[in-house]
Unconditional design. Sequence first.
Length: 278
Amino acid sequence: MTDRQTTPPVRVATLGLACSLLLSACATTTSSTGRKQYVGAVSQQQLNQLGVQAFDQVKGQKPLTQDGKQSAYVRCVVDAIVRELPPQWQQGGWEEAVFVDKNPNAFALPGGKVGIYTGIFDVARNQDQLAAVIGHEIGHVIDNHHNERITRQMGAAGAVQVLGALAGAKYGESGSNIATQGGSILAQGGFLLPGTRDQETEADVVGQRLMAQAGFDPRQAVDLWQNMLTASGGSRPPEWLSTHPDPKSRIGELRKRAEALMPTYEQSRAAGRKPKCG
């Protein structure tokens, strides 16, 4: 929470006008599963900028691992997945960070950012299972889920928060303070909040396909979610799963897709895509 400051009326009026312009730019598109999406309240450039801000915010709040092997392991898996992305999603490269936190959590953000909590290694017990996690999170990015969340949540106040964050990044802290009086803009804007169940299902589809294309065994996605279910003790799932589809039905869908993806996996391996990350 930042200190409250008096906001010049001209700046408020300017932000209000910009909000109206952004909201009028919203458009519909179709996700990878054929679902209608409402996007466009912010541009991809603005999304990337917000993603970088969110990533820096987490890095300022959580300690980074000092385990070089752990970091190299994550980097290897991220690099293998990123090589399978469409060209526009490879531009600029991707940055990964491993945070010391016992929660089994992970995220990916526009702007090419991937965050892994060390607690995820308790449930993602090999490189293929880690690839399922990372593929899922990157799936949110390339299927425009962050744009969709912001567009859906962006009333007048939300628009001020998003634009205030952008103003702060460009013009200094005072601009950012406009946005953060009600709490973290990055969380409220949908960057670090869980997705909807539709989005989680889509991220499963995209992520499992990406891992197979990269030469990771798609069947290991099933084992990952079984580990997640076990870790929850059969009761309330971990934070990372809190808004995800029902674990048992999800495992069934992952198993079906894994069998369908085995030819893709085998072709990838035959073509030399055999990651050796750890």
